[in-house]
Design a protein around this ligand. Structure first.
Ligand code: AGP
Length: 615
């Protein structure tokens, strides 16, 4: 997820773009850049780092004059964060400049074709490929910029919000959108472009939001013309008068980043499997794994290392890898692993899971593993982060920046990557039947829509939260794939509401925790209809007989648990292995609403940091 800003009008563009980028930094902050057009000259300044670093560099490197400009703050998906991979990107001729938020999946094939036609590339990005594809089409077919963009976008696969400028036609900017947001601010003889309205709300509240597969040519003194990318047909634009505050806009209209990020999960799970899960072709393609597949298929053991929520994702992965690929897995707290003088064998495969990619214990643990000759595979959300760079290979989650300290979308996108990996290995080592494999591929593609359905329980969950907001202790129980989800649900509640909570395997109750049960102890039980269902039912009966209040997370339509529990929260039916992707949603929402009702600082809970870069 990146932030894009553009301006064309009667004001100086640079101050508007710079302030706009600062407001969009929540969307990505690993590099930033600006293009300004003035006196028939294109000036570009871009740098690794934050917008403040761009501001400092621009002071000494370019003349910031000009009434047309484009700006970008990056969240890297292709190409590590550095100056040359930063946006804006210019075409080979230097006449076209683009900024882009999204992922072009088929950029590699297009790049190869363009290289054959004599194009050269400075960066590793998909975006530079797109601007040169537009140039190739514009030049070869002698088209105007708008038409060239339309033709080019019909050749790409992926997601984009783009703004393109042509030095030879400096009174217009062409924009287009598929899968990434793009807003157009309409002022008095001036136009603004941005990923959301925060960069222009102080100048105008008249906004036009492009819909998916729409594009527009923005020309000074003219009406904005919106067209369908597919067939160039005109669309009547819907211009609305925004009543949102700046703070509301940055949070996408949500009261907190955490809630916004919970609701982003269908989209970011889709982004994470985009280009990797290809059910129509019946394959999974994990670029980071393909050259090292034998290391996984030959592994006698996989060691998974992480902290906090990432460690919980590792526990889910243990069930996935052992169930699908029949490879022994050990899951380790990084902080324990690094100091306990572990046995690490040179043919061990280590998977390091980290949203930030900067957790000190996890980084130290994989360095230890590498010293013993193990192969390390990173699953990180931040491109070019320390753990990503330290790993021998890896796969990124495409969750976009996670601002809320409590991990939510990071957890489900980590599980998505780990699921893809487990299936990829099971296919390679023949441990999963063809029919089972295809069954899982097709179901995985349905998960985002099922997460959407799970989110629809939000109001009911808020009502349950109201009842239990003053509890002093909670117990979370789950079995099998949902035991790690019980741990994760307890962690969510602890870290944002400050209520003590423990997660346990449901069968462990009788080995001690049942002594805690009384009418003051709410118990959340994950009781989806799968292998352990009847056993979980008996656990619920044990708890009920001790007068605890029971909140059941059940499969849609369940009629049995509701006769025993005080409350039930439904999630859609899915394969047992995929239930964590759904059952975690109500637990995220329950902890969120309880924390809000308790007046806690949901996005920045006390004593916590988003990334624990110290021991
Ligand atoms: C989870 O909600 C917490 N924010 C914390 O446990 C986090 O998962 C842990 O610090 C690991 O962070 P990482 O994924 O960035 O390595």
């Amino acid at each position: 997820m990146c932030g894009i800003v553009g301006y064309i009008g009667h004001r100086e563009a640079y101050p508007i773009i710079l302030k706009g980028l600062k407001r969009l930094e929540y969307r990505g902050y690993d590099s930033a850049g600006v293009m300004l057009y003035d006196n028939a000259e294109i000036k570009i300044c871009k740098t690794k780092g934050k917008v403040i670093d761009l501001e400092q560099k621009a002071q000494t490197s370019i003349d910031t004059g000009g009434k047309i400009g484009l700006g970008h703050t990056r969240w890297a998906t292709h190409g590590v964060p550095n100056d040359v991979n930063s946006h804006p990107h210019a075409s080979n001729s230097g006449n076209l400049v683009i900024i882009h938020n999204g992922i072009i999946e088929n950029y590699d094939a297009i790049k190869k074709t363009l290289i054959k036609r004599g194009y050269h590339f400075q960066s590793d990005t998909d975006t530079e490929v797109l601007v040169n594809l537009i140039e190739e089409i514009k030049t070869n077919q002698n088209l105007k910029l708008g038409k060239a963009v339309q033709v080019a976008l019909n050749q790409v696969v992926g997601a984009y919000a783009i703004a393109v400028f042509d030095k030879q036609k400096p009174d217009e900017i062409v924009v287009a959108r598929l899968g990434s947001p793009l807003a157009i601010g309409i002022g008095e003889n001036e136009f603004f472009i941005a990923s959301d309205a925060s960069p222009f709300i102080e100048y105008t509240n008249n906004a036009l939001y492009l819909e998916d597969e729409e594009m527009a040519v923005i020309r000074l003194g003219k009406e904005v013309k919106v067209r369908k990318i597919a067939d160039d047909s005109l669309v009547t634009p819907y211009i609305q008068e925004l009543q949102l505050s700046l703070d509301q806009i940055e949070k996408g209209g949500y009261p907190h980043f955490m809630l916004k990020e919970i609701y982003e999960q269908p989209a970011v799970i889709t982004d994470t499997y985009r280009g990797r899960l290809l059910p129509n072709q019946g394959i999974i393609k994990m670029s980071g794994m393909e050259d090292h597949l034998q290391k996984f298929t030959n592994a006698k053991r996989i060691i998974i290392i992480g902290c906090g929520t990432s460690w919980h994702a590792g526990l889910v992965a243990e069930y996935l890898f052992e169930d699908f690929a029949r490879i022994p897995v050990e899951v380790e707290y990084a902080s324990e692993f690094r100091y306990r003088n572990p046995v690490i064998l040179k043919d061990d495969v280590v998977i390091a899971i980290s949203q930030s990619g900067e957790t000190a214990d996890t980084l130290a643990a994989i360095k230890l593993a590498k010293q013993h000759g193990a192969f390390v595979y990173g699953v990180c959300n931040v491109v070019g982060s320390s753990i990503a760079r330290e790993s021998d290979s890896g796969s990124y989650t495409h969750a976009g920046p996670e601002i809320g300290v409590a991990s939510t979308k990071a957890f489900t996108t980590q599980i998505t990557v780990l699921t893809l990996m487990a299936l990829r290995i099971a296919k390679a080592n023949g441990k999963m039947s063809e029919s089972d494999y295809h069954l899982h591929l097709q179901e995985l593609e349905r998960i985002p829509a099922k997460v959407e359905q799970a989110l629809s329980q939000n109001e009911h969950i808020a009502e349950v939260a109201e009842i239990y907001k003053n509890a002093t202790n909670f117990l979370y129980l789950g079995r099998g794939f949902n035991f790690p989800v019980a741990l994760e649900g307890a962690l969510k509640l602890k870290e944002i509401s400050y209520i003590h909570a423990e997660g346990y395997p449901a069968a462990e109750m009788k080995h001690g925790p049942i002594a805690l049960i009384d009418e003051q102890m709410p118990v959340v039980v994950i009781a989806t209809k799968h292998g352990h269902y009847e056993k979980v039912i008996s656990n619920i009966q044990e708890i009920k007989s001790r007068k605890a209040k029971i909140i059941g997370v059940v499969t849609q339509g369940d009629q049995h648990v509701r006769t025993l529990a005080d409350h039930v929260i439904e999630v859609p039916e899915t394969l047992e292995a995929f239930t964590p992707l759904l059952t975690t949603i109500p637990l995220q929402l329950l902890s969120y609403h309880i924390a809000v009702l308790r007046g806690c600082n949901v996005d920045q809970p006390r004593n916590l940091a988003k990334s624990v870069t110290v021991e």
